[in-house]
Design a protein around this ligand. Structure first.
Ligand code: PBG
Ligand code: ZN
Length: 338
């Protein structure tokens, strides 16, 4: 075999002819060549509206995120729109809980009123997504109805359907069932169709892991389970085949969009899902992901803005179309100032 001479090596499509550092010479050049971009068009901001609240309320584990009073919704949403954000996901904190989550489908409930207010003031300028679940509304803090100490699937999906219908009637553009009950997407699609609400979309929290990263959210939404955990309904984070089955079934049941949650520890699933399915894909970068960055930056250990950009970029690069993030406003500001 002929030996490769030093000379032919020098003429190859590699060093010293090829130098990737040439493409990193200036910021302008790097900007031109940037492959992944975050746009405020893709960001969704979570809103927490508390019934009966007079002034915005802070929660220690979620710095800079507040529970907002119904009277402040218009201000909050106009600020979001001014930043170029097009979507919000609404969570309610009711003043009364019970065993069957009545407040969740009351037509005068906190979320129902919030949706109406947003739609009345902003119409189609903003996409309103509503979280459809029961955990803020049940005494147990579980995402469904308790029967003999177990969350009962089939009676829960009936209630979830009522909740979804009531949100859709108030003008929600998208309902997002997050209880991880079997058949919830099917039940909701049927209920919406039967109620003449065929234009309301469903964003299924399809692969929602039983993650320890939800604790700050539960402080914020007052939805910590009073006993046990959510492992009989939320997915084990270790299982990627199972998460693909969850996604496949939600698509068959009629989901218009799918969601993976949390985001950062599951970038591989975001990537796989993007390769395998053609529906719009949303990643929910959850409260714990936010809190980790906030806490480390408060200690002065990392740069909050830079880490935020790196994390959000990684979620986009993995293949997510949309990102629900508590950083939506901060990221949108960065984009406006760029
Ligand atoms: C429950 C729900 C959870 C989140 C949104 N809806 C998690 C849970 O309590 O199990 C978590 C969102 C976050 O952590 O930001 N239906
Ligand atoms: Zn829930």
């Amino acid at each position: 075999m002929k030996q490769t001479s030093n000379n032919s090596l020098a003429n190859g499509p590699y060093f010293p002819n090829v130098r990737l550092r040439r493409l990193r010479k200036s910021k302008a050049l790097r900007d031109l060549l940037q492959e992944t971009r975050i746009s405020s068009d893709d960001l969704i901001f979570p809103l927490f509206v508390e019934e009966g609240l007079k002034n915005p309320k802070n929660v220690a584990s979620m710095p800079d995120i507040q529970r907002i009073p119904p009277s402040k919704i218009v201000d909050v949403v106009s600020e979001i729109l001014d930043l170029g954000i097009k979507g919000v996901i609404v969570f309610g904190i009711p003043s009364k809980k019970d065993n069957t989550a009545h407040a969740a489908y009351n037509e005068k409930g906190v979320v129902q009123k919030a949706i109406k207010t947003i739609k009345k003031n902003f119409g189609d300028r903003i996409v309103v997504i509503s979280d459809v679940c029961m955990c803020q509304y049940t005494n147990s803090g579980h995402c469904g109805i308790i029967r003999e100490n177990v969350v009962d699937n089939d009676s829960t999906i009936e209630i979830l359907s009522k909740i979804a219908e009531s949100h859709a009637k108030c003008g929600a553009d998208i309902v997002a069932p997050s209880a991880m009950m079997d058949g919830q997407v099917f039940a909701i699609r049927k209920q919406l169709n039967d109620a003449g609400l065929a234009d309301t979309s469903i964003m299924a929290y399809s692969a929602k892991m039983a993650s320890p990263l939800y604790s700050p959210f539960r402080d914020l939404a007052d939805s910590t389970p009073k006993f046990g955990d959510r492992k009989t309904y939320q997915m084990p984070g270790t299982n990627s085949f199972e998460s693909l089955r969850e996604i496949e079934l939600d698509i068959k049941e009629g989901a218009d969009m799918i969601m993976i949650k949390p985001a950062l520890p599951y970038l591989d699933l975001i990537y796989k899902t993007r390769e395998l399915f053609n529906l719009p894909l949303c990643a929910y970068s959850v409260s714990g992901e936010y809190a980790l960055i906030k806490a480390a930056s408060e200690k002065g250990w990392i740069n909050e803005t830079d880490v935020m950009i790196e994390f959000l970029s990684s979620i986009k690069r993995a293949g997510s179309d949309l990102i629900i993030t508590y950083f939506a406003k901060k990221m949108a500001k960065v984009l406006l100032e760029k």
